[in-house]
Design a protein. Structure first.
Length: 276
């Protein structure tokens, strides 16, 4: 694969704040490989620290000024709806006045999230392409898409600049994943270093964090069998309309219980690479 430009290459392009985009997050999968956590809740609601991974993903986008979210719900979507419906109540101090003149006063703290969240039921069994197609009415221009289980420190500003500069329909973020195993560095049988889940330096995989022009909907249909990676992204590639943004920083997908433990260990050690 040819060498790809590093993130900082695009710092000279105009500030991204003028491009107002909504962020679509795919939250509908069943998370069968994380069954220890997902039997009673959808995977995006599995916690890192005290907050769901979904909250951490949204917090990352909001750090760059993108705070309008569309959540594609499916499996146990009501859990996500209830979480955000009661979010202010659970996240702030509350005064409750009982009796005939009962009243609830929420004392908002200075760190309250200024987010607009649209939650759309896209079907329990729909594939990802169909889920995106079903939220078309909420999109009015270029938009972002990512998975509800992937953590990264990708620079969203530079990602947007890259997308705007090349002018193609779609941008995908390419990442170097971490190994599933610990890496041992040794010399003459003596262990010099042990690194848990080191980053693989060769090659790239799909890390999510997409940006699309609205014409991407022409590649989709609302049939529940419409996939995302197989089909639409392949057709974009054949048409020469898919570009890759090479993120050389950190990225981890919460795919298994082991991944969940790893991400929580980073959080507990104050080593969360995605923390703004």
């Amino acid at each position: 694969m040819r060498n790809l430009p590093h993130e900082s290459t695009y710092s000279h392009v105009a500030n991204t704040r003028r491009f107002i985009m909504k962020v679509v997050i795919l939250c509908g999968g069943m998370g069968t490989r994380l069954r220890e956590e997902t039997e009673f809740r959808p995977k995006p609601m599995v916690k890192i620290g005290t907050k769901p991974i979904l909250w951490h993903i949204m917090k990352h986008y909001a750090h760059y000024g993108f705070n309008q979210f569309i959540l594609c719900l499916g499996y146990k979507g009501e859990v996500i709806k209830e979480y955000f419906y009661h979010y202010m109540l659970h996240s702030n101090d509350v005064t409750v006045k009982l009796g005939r003149d009962r009243k609830i006063t929420i004392h908002e703290n200075s760190h309250a999230e200024n987010w607009e969240i649209t939650m759309v039921d896209t079907g329990e069994h729909a594939l990802k392409g169909a889920r995106i197609q079903k939220i078309e009415n909420y999109i009015d221009g270029d938009f972002m898409v990512t998975y509800g289980d992937g953590m990264s420190n990708v620079d969203i500003d530079n990602l947007v600049r890259f997308h705007k500069k090349h002018g193609k329909v779609a941008t995908i973020t390419g990442v170097s994943p971490r190994s599933s195993f610990g890496q041992i560095k040794a010399e003459e049988g003596k262990v010099l270093d042990f690194i848990e889940k080191p980053k693989i330096e060769e090659g790239m995989i799909n890390g999510g964090f997409f940006i699309f022009q609205k014409k991407f909907f022409n590649y989709l249909n609302a049939n529940d069998n419409c996939d995302f990676e197989i089909g639409p992204l392949e057709h974009l590639t054949k048409d020469g309309e898919l570009m890759v943004y090479h993120h050389k920083g950190d990225w981890v997908c919460m795919d298994t219980y082991r991944d969940s433990v790893f991400l929580n260990s980073l959080w507990e050690k104050n080593q969360a690479f995605w923390k703004s």
